[in-house]
Design a protein around this ligand. Structure first.
Ligand SMILES: Cc1cc2nc3c(=O)[nH]c(=O)nc-3n(C[C@H](O)[C@H](O)[C@H](O)COP(=O)(O)OP(=O)(O)OC[C@H]3O[C@@H](n4cnc5c(N)ncnc54)[C@H](O)[C@@H]3O)c2cc1C
Length: 229
């Protein structure tokens, strides 16, 4: 297998056009390759500046989860810190987590930041929303967001029976919009309140009404932490 290391967006596009498979830290894909066979070529974005940027409202897709630090909002930092073990975080990337894995711990945090993504397509770099990232797993160059006023994040530690840990995240933006996202199992529910929309109770009675008691109480605690009520 040839591992290609482009140093620009246009070189990366050429690699993809020539059939190279995107790879981050290979923490997931390696096992699949061992089972199914290695591709002729893979492409890592780790030398593409846009994919390694951190800070000023940007987190590159090739940034290692272990490198997600105070240059990004607390919610995203907490999410990265809670993924797997130290060994996983030293190898796994933001793109591999949010676009290439099923757990996607970073997703609830990205949703409450109202983040969007720069993705690589055959025509260049496109901005897409997180719904499209979830649906199509495009090649993620970077995540972008506007700085929140405050955020809160929690992941249930070691749930019984090896279940997928529940995650709840909340953030308040500068326009007074509160966003809440909860992952239960592999499903992420989310909604917003304030700034002309409904209130927090409507949020829990509406888009978040399907949550379990655990999910609702975890989400309520994040809302309280953000709103200081
Ligand atoms: C022991 C262990 C524990 C884990 N625990 C958690 C956990 O608690 N929470 C959690 O969320 N995840 C967990 N994971 C999964 C983890 O999130 C993924 O292993 C990791 O994020 C994949 O990142 P990677 O860079 O290694 O991706 P790779 O293994 O390199 O790639 C995985 C997939 O993503 C694609 N991909 C890679 N980069 C990009 C990109 N920039 N854009 C689009 N697609 C891309 C690849 O083509 C491939 O299909 C765990 C994994 C392990 C091994």
């Amino acid at each position: 297998m040839l591992l290609r290391l482009p140093t620009s967006v246009s070189e990366a596009r050429d690699c993809l056009a020539e059939g190279a498979i995107p790879v981050g830290g290979a923490t997931l894909i390696w096992a699949a390759w061992q089972r199914d066979g290695f591709p002729e070529q893979a492409v890592s974005l780790r030398k593409v500046p846009e994919a390694t940027a951190v800070g000023n409202g940007v987190l590159g897709g090739a940034v290692l989860l272990g490198q997600v630090d105070e240059r990004v909002p607390e919610v995203l930092r907490q999410a990265a810190k809670g993924v797997g073990t130290g060994a996983v975080r030293r190898a796994a990337t933001v793109g591999g987590n949010i676009a290439g894995s099923s757990l996607r711990d970073l997703l609830p945090a990205a949703i409450v930041l109202d983040a969007w993504a720069d993705v690589l397509t055959a025509d260049g770099v496109e901005q897409v929303d997180l719904a499209e990232v979830q649906a199509k797993s495009p090649v993620l160059l970077s995540l972008r967001w506007r700085e929140p006023v405050k955020g809160a994040y929690a992941k249930v530690a070691d749930p019984a029976g090896g279940e997928v840990p529940t995650i709840a995240a909340a953030a308040l933006d500068t326009e007074g919009v509160l966003r809440v996202a909860v992952r239960e199992g592999y499903v992420v529910s989310s909604g917003s309140a304030g700034a002309g929309g409904g209130g927090v109770d409507e949020l829990f009675a509406g888009p978040l009404s399907g949550l379990s008691d655990t999910g609702r109480s975890l989400a309520r605690r994040q809302v309280t932490a953000v709103l200081g009520e």
